[in-house]
Design a protein around this ligand. Structure first.
Ligand code: AGP
Length: 595
């Protein structure tokens, strides 16, 4: 995933572009670049490294500019591969992938083109140059017809001054309308400081922006960004990740606001699908990474509360599997960004089989929300840290409500629904209680920060939480961590347990508590240290675990909303102790929009 941005208007463009790239640094942070036009003069700067090192003092004049923050896909991290990519005075910034760039490059080289980078994107600049007959948007349109893949692009050239041409296929493009011109970017975080009025481009749409007007291939409604500009600032926090973990109780409150009735839920995004949902006989839940772990919690929730057969799948797997699909099934896609390529490919496959497709999504106007037939927003506000935390809590909260919706269409008893809803109304206060243990969790994380291998174990609703905890730790600390079911330990993983390999055991008072206690005994008997996530008041666990982090008691089906929080904090403080780059871990991107 990369970040693209453009500005055209009455203001000097350079500071707007640099500040916008800083807001989007989480989308790609191995290199960056900017091109500014001022009449016939062109200013071009490309650097390897973090945009945060740049000051936004104008280095040049000009009111038309494009910029890019890169997460390398094709071509190594170096200055020549940074964007904008240029050929014959056509400058292009690109988020996406040109899958057929090798064939196109060979054809162009045969025509005498010389390439200066190893990127796929440079091909687009060459194609535009080939097609250019005086009009930039016509040339861009023709060039893109030859592209197989995905793109969000912005193009400028001194050969057709006074405009930016943008085009979208699979990778998001948002147009911000300001009093003095237009900003175009990959996501609202680069725009929110200048305007909340936005237009979201759909696939295969092209827009031409001029200083005081814009044209788009078809009429579009203007939307309003529904969060504040400080949502994309760290405030007093050292890292976005800690800020977002500390927001988790509020995320639960926002997700349930206006959606809970006494013994049912009101989910506007499902209204148009409710008759089909009543008939559906199977739920597929699809996600990647943390989205998959939330989907896995959803699988247990659907079985328990939704009273319906459910299967959670990784988007990267189920898109290639020969699953038996039919119109009496529903697929729920769980994604923070709504742009994860593997999920979107699977979504296309499910739609072709007439499966009802719904989304549990955080980013408003994202591709997933536009391609699914309905869904429920998680309302977490922007999540900037690459490691997903508050979005995970929002996803589970929404999946609880969708399960209630399905259960009440089936034979979930009214009193059971009332009990769950009542607890859901209170659980954010319990989440606040968990967060109050941050200092204790920080001490425990420091105490274990020299270990290089961890197991996370849980059962039933806490099995996906064990996997989520392991993912959080490994993706920001770069130590090996594995989430397994408690029951699987003795089938192999136990061979790895000794004094060098601690285990985090989620052992809350629930239907599998005794089994988890046995697992902790098994680990201790092999000199393994155990950090237990336990239910407040459980004194027994103190006798066997090495360290204990308590969470308030709640219903078993809602435990994930609390048991995930100490694991998010543990991973954060562990990475802090190792002085890792917590918000921007190496090799990763906030949203994986390529396959
Ligand atoms: C989670 O911390 C990771 N950053 C990653 O696994 C992420 O959850 C995954 O790429 C899915 O992203 P999405 O929710 O935007 O689809």
């Amino acid at each position: 995933m990369c970040g693209i941005i453009g500005y055209i208007g009455k203001k000097q463009a350079y500071p707007i572009i640099i500040n916008g790239l800083k807001k989007m640094e989480y989308r790609g942070y191995d290199s960056y670049g900017i091109c500014v036009l001022d009449g016939d003069s062109v200013f071009l700067k490309k650097r390897v490294g973090r945009i945060s090192s740049e000051n936004s003092e104008s280095e040049c004049k000009g009111c038309i500019s494009i910029g890019h923050s890169r997460w390398a896909t094709t071509g190594s991290v170096c200055e020549k591969n940074a964007h904008p990519q240029e050929y014959n005075q056509f400058y292009v910034v690109h988020n996406g992938i040109v899958e057929n760039y090798k064939e196109l490059k060979e054809e162009l080289i045969k025509k005498g083109h010389q390439f200066s980078s190893d990127t796929d994107t440079e091909v687009i600049a060459h194609l535009i140059s080939e097609e250019f007959k005086g009009n930039l948007e016509d040339a861009t349109k023709k060039a893109l017809k030859k592209i197989i893949g995905s793109y969000g692009i912005a193009v400028i050239s001194p050969k057709d001054k006074g405009k930016i041409v943008v085009a979208k296929l699979s990778s998001p493009i948002i147009l911000g309308i300001t009093d003095d011109g237009y900003i175009v970017a990959s996501d609202p975080s680069a725009i929110i400081n200048y305007t909340k009025q936005i237009i979201t481009l759909d696939d295969n749409e092209i827009a031409t922006l001029k200083e005081d007007s814009y044209t788009i291939s078809k009429d579009k409604k203007i939307e309003t960004i529904d969060w504040e500009s400080d949502a994309v600032d760290k405030g007093d926090f050292e890292h976005f990740m800690l800020k977002e973990i500390m927001e988790e109780p509020r995320v639960i409150e926002n997700a349930i606001q206006g959606r809970l009735l006494e013994s049912d839920v009101k989910l506007g995004g499902l209204e148009s699908s409710k008759e089909r949902l009543k008939r559906t006989n199977k739920i597929y839940l699809v996600g990647c990474g943390t989205g998959y772990y939330a989907a896995k919690v959803g699988e247990y929730l659907m079985e328990e509360i939704g009273i319906i057969d459910a299967e959670a799948h990784m988007g990267s797997e189920v898109r290639y599997r020969n699953v038996r699909l039919n119109p009496d099934q529903t697929a729920i896609f769980v994604s923070q960004s709504g742009e994860t390529a593997d999920n979107l490919a699977c979504l296309k496959k499910m739609k072709e089989a007439n499966v009802l497709t719904l989304g549990v999504t955080n980013v408003i106007g994202s591709t997933q929300t536009r391609e699914t037939e309905g869904g429920v927003y998680t309302r977490c506000g922007p999540e900037i840290a690459v490691a997903s935390t508050k979005a995970f809590i929002g996803q589970i909260t929404v999946l609880v409500m969708i399960s209630l919706f399905l259960g009440r269409q089936r034979n979930l008893e009214e009193k059971e629904a009332k009990k769950i809803i009542l607890e859901l109304k209170n659980i954010s206060k319990k989440a606040d209680i968990v967060l109050k243990q941050a200092e204790k969790i920080k001490e425990i994380a420091r105490k274990y920060s020299q270990y290089k291998d961890f197991f996370f174990i849980g059962r039933k609703f806490n099995y996906p939480i064990a996997m989520e905890g392991a993912l959080k730790l490994k993706e920001i600390s770069y130590v090996h961590a594995e989430g397994v079911t408690g029951g699987e330990l003795k089938h192999g993983p136990l061979a790895l347990i000794d004094e060098t390999c601690p285990t985090i055991a989620i052992c809350t008072k629930d239907s599998v508590y005794d089994k988890m206690l046995s697992n902790i005994e098994e680990v201790k008997a092999r000199n393994g240290k155990v950090i237990a996530i336990a239910t407040e008041g459980d004194s027994k666990i103190k006798e066997i675990a090495t360290d204990v982090i308590y969470i308030p008691e709640t219903l078993e089906c809602l435990t994930p909303l609390l048991s995930a929080i100490p694991l998010h904090l543990f991973a954060y403080y562990f990475a802090l102790a190792l002085e890792k780059d917590i918000d921007k871990p190496r090799n990763l991107a906030k949203s994986v929009t390529v396959e």
